[in-house]
Design a protein around this ligand. Structure first.
Ligand code: TMP
Ligand code: MG
Length: 212
């Protein structure tokens, strides 16, 4: 095990804001700089819970909103130990979506009883990201980027509600990034933020837990 830990660097935001592109590019840039980094994403559709989530998202199966919320959370819990091991071993994890998407999407449904407080509960105790980059894009600019896919939640109405929910969840430590700029410009800003988080992790700042 190396002496210093890696950082947990997270990208969040509504669909088509460029999260996946930026996460991929960041991992590549970090690797080029000799930083050990891996790309992670949630949901992880490869595990047993991930297969159930995948079927739900593609509308091949249905279940209660509470049940799918808990499955998304379980999909993170089952990878918690591996996540902690990798971080402790000095690997920086660049993550495309996490608990914040989990809460924003379920709470955005507006189902009675499933408010933010309820949504946050099953995430308590998971590793807290060292940096959270929220890629902000207006609904109009997102719409200009092309049509929706076919999955559940990929509707204008849902995306609007999710964006509002993310905004109500926003905390001062989040890095809000204007996603309506050239990819290269965003990439430079993202790298700065990631390097800062990696530096903090390296210098001994302990890994936090949700929702501190
Ligand atoms: P993806 O498009 O990034 O693969 O994410 C799949 C969908 O699942 C996306 O619409 C966001 C949603 N989602 C949740 O509802 N809860 C969660 O915990 C996560 C990680 C994603
Ligand atoms: Mg999607």
């Amino acid at each position: 095990m190396s002496a210093s830990r890696g950082a947990l660097v997270l990208f969040e935001g509504a669909d088509r804001c460029g999260k996946s592109t930026q996460a991929r590019r960041l991992v590549k840039t970090l690797e080029q700089r000799g930083v050990r980094a891996e790309l992670w994403r949630y949901p992880d559709r490869t595990t047993k819970t991930g297969e159930m989530i995948d079927a739900y998202l593609r509308s091949e199966s249905d279940t209660a909103d509470a049940a799918i919320h808990l499955l998304f959370a379980a999909n993170r819990w089952e990878k918690k130990a591996l996540m902690e091991r990798k971080l402790a071993d000095g690997v920086t994890l660049v993550c495309d979506r996490y608990s914040y998407s989990g809460c924003a999407f379920t709470a955005a449904k507006g189902v009675e009883g499933l408010d933010l407080t309820w949504c946050k509960a099953p995430e308590v105790g998971l590793p807290r990201p060292d940096a959270l980059m929220y890629l902000e894009l207006s609904l109009e600019d997102a719409a200009r980027r092309g049509g929706f896919g076919e999955e559940r939640y990929e509707t204008t109405e849902m995306q609007r509600a999710v964006k509002e929910m993310f905004e109500s969840m926003r905390e001062p430590w989040w890095d809000v990034i204007d996603a309506n700029r050239d990819e290269e410009v965003i990439e430079r800003e993202v790298l700065e933020i990631a390097l800062g988080a990696i530096e903090r992790a390296k210098s001994g700042e302990p890994l936090g837990t949700l929702w501190d």
